[in-house]
Design a protein around this ligand. Structure first.
Ligand code: GLC
Length: 576
């Protein structure tokens, strides 16, 4: 049964997101490339899974030298993905199923094949001469780091046509646009309006910390960047209700939170520093990496939300960890040097956790219960593998595995025609790992994650509640309470505090759930937990998956035993 699209400006705080690389999802016309109609064809699957919003990677005109993030036409669909009409169909059908659709907005740079750049490089005095950042020498902005350290050795590239250097933060085929030029801003805002007019529900803002440059700074997070993002938000808010801006800001928490503004900049930011620390915590079998980063994460404005993720289309970036932590991560998770890409590890979730179902479940349970909205990466719901022999981040962008049939059910094209080879090995290959088989297998990971999504979606407190981390003497145990503010601090109760009546087991009356206790065992061995629940004396704990009632909280300390990598989610119910 499909959900309907609710008129809710805060929908993104309660949503489960799903990232789709259309090229790799489903090939509707059997030319070897996944396309927008392919995504449309699989919307029923996504609705069945229970997700609320799709994030489409760039589908705009592009020479595809960086997965479509090298855009040569900001206002048109690349023909290999289909047509504008196909996009409208996708959005309309998704909306009819209660699913929203956002897409990447790559403002920082274009492809060097973009007509703007071709014109800009053609002379020093053409109408677009100032649309990119040109200099006679490469001495400026030395404080800016190089992002793709393994591929580029300077942020400046020499252009033999214009006989000048141009500025680029990513690949040299991706020149940065010049946001000091009003015409550039206007052109980008025109593209934004075009896609929103077609019905997109917002954007994932690609690489926004680098929009502006200033000498003697690191050219990241500059005030002018924040001003421009605030302007973008204002433009969108003024004409397009219920849209979201989800920002890719690979920065330290203190810099990251500035991008929420005062609820007047980005609605959501990915929590980049948290992501690698979840993997660190699992390997060290200790909660410290997670609790430390949570304590360093400032509070965010009421309507803002974190975007939480385990894996995505990029490498597991290690930009926001110390040198020592990076060495540790590489030694633990990239034993083969081919797994390293840029400053990170280009692997999918399942191989990262050695295909351990219990670790994958633990990580997803964490992802779904920490403050923020979870974002899944296509294929991770069936524990797809990767191919480290492919170049750059293609290792994690292989075709979705739908069936055990030819090309994994992704395409009927000849194998040789496919944009990338599907996985065929005996552990992760499509004969072993695919949607069809897992759909039929009641014990599959796919059905487990579908259930997880539905449990989370029933308890609004996961999306909008606060967090209180509980202390436990056992360092392998991580426990916290998610709660609506008025529950823990009666004096702060306001009339507007959100409450929800949730339907639970079929036939049961809806009961409001305001407090959830989450307890995790990060180790591979059984562990005892002794939690200080003195604030909840007299409450009973009801396990959320099976609605099993656990012993009442009688005195302050509550004892539990957790199996290897085990976890519990409990409703803390004051109704006895
Ligand atoms: C973002 C994208 C990444 C791309 C880069 C340059 O970080 O996630 O895939 O390579 O921007 O456009």
């Amino acid at each position: 049964m499909s959900k309907s699209l609710k008129d809710d400006p805060l929908w993104y705080k309660k949503a489960v997101f799903y990232e789709v690389f259309s090229r790799g999802f489903y090939d509707s016309n059997n030319d070897g490339f996944g396309d927008l109609n392919g995504v449309t064809a699989k919307l029923d699957y996504l609705a069945w899974l229970g997700i609320d919003c799709i994030w489409l990677l760039p589908f705009y005109g592009s020479p595809m030298k960086d997965g479509g993030y090298d855009i040569a036409d900001f206002e048109n669909v690349d023909p290999s993905y289909g047509t504008e009409g196909d996009l409208i169909d996708l959005i309309d059908k998704a909306h009819s199923l209660g699913i929203r659709v956002i897409s990447d907005l790559v403002m920082n740079h274009s492809s060097d094949q973009h007509p703007w750049f071709l014109e800009s490089r053609s002379s020093k005095d053409n109408p677009k001469a100032d649309w990119y950042i040109w200099r006679d020498d490469d001495s400026m902005y030395k404080g800016a780091r190089i992002i793709f350290t393994d591929a580029e050795n300077s942020n400046w590239a020499w252009d033999h046509v214009r006989q000048q250097y141009y500025w680029h933060r990513f690949y040299s085929h991706q020149p940065d646009l010049n946001y000091d030029n009003q015409e550039v801003k206007d052109a980008m805002l025109a593209a934004v309006k075009k896609w929103l007019d077609l019905g997109l529900d917002g954007f994932r803002l690609d690489a926004v910390p680098y929009l502006f440059q200033e000498e003697n700074t690191n050219c990241e997070n500059l005030p002018a960047t924040h001003d421009f993002l605030k302007l973008l938000r204002k433009e969108i808010d003024s004409r397009y209700p219920n849209r979201v801006l989800l920002a890719e800001i690979n920065q330290w928490p203190a810099d990251l939170v500035d991008y929420f503004g005062n609820d007047d900049e980005c609605h959501m930011c990915f929590h980049f520093p948290l992501m690698p620390r979840m993997f660190m915590a699992i390997r060290r079998e200790q909660r410290l990496p997670i609790t430390e980063i949570l304590s360093l994460t400032p509070d965010i404005p009421n309507n803002s939300q974190w975007g939480l993720f385990l894996r995505n289309h990029d490498e597991l970036t290690l930009e926001q960890v110390s040198d020592e932590e990076r060495d540790y991560m590489f030694s633990e998770y990239a034993k083969d040097s081919r797994m390293k890409r840029h400053m990170g590890i280009a692997r999918r979730l399942a191989p990262l956790v050695d295909n351990s179902r219990s670790i994958a479940e633990l990580l997803y349970a964490l992802l779904f219960s920490l403050p923020g909205s979870p974002i899944l990466y296509y294929g991770d719901e069936i524990m797809m593998g990767d191919n480290i022999y492919l170049k750059d981040r293609d290792s994690v962008r292989t075709p979705m595995q739908w069936t055990p049939d030819r090309n994994g059910g992704f395409s009927l094209a000849n194998f040789e025609q496919l944009y990338l080879p599907p996985l065929m090995d005996s552990v992760y290959g499509y004969p072993a790992v695919n949607v069809e088989s897992q759909f039929k297998n009641p014990g599959s990971f796919l059905l487990w994650i579908k259930k997880l999504i539905s449990v989370r979606s029933n308890y609004e407190v996961f999306g909008t509640g606060k967090i209180e981390v509980l202390h436990d003497d056992n360092p392998s145990v991580f426990a916290f309470v998610r709660f609506f503010e008025n529950e823990m601090n009666p004096e702060t109760q306001t009339e507007n505090d959100s409450r929800i009546e949730v339907g639970r087991m079929e036939g049961e009356d809806p009961v409001s759930v305001n407090k959830v206790l989450c307890v995790y065992n990060l180790s591979r061995f059984p562990q005892p937990a002794e939690l200080d629940l003195s604030k909840h004396k007299g409450a009973k704990l009801v396990e959320l998956n099976g609605r099993v009632i656990f012993p009442m909280v009688t005195d302050g300390s509550y004892r539990l035993t957790l199996g290897p990598h085990g976890y519990y989610w409990f409703e803390i119910s004051d109704q006895i």
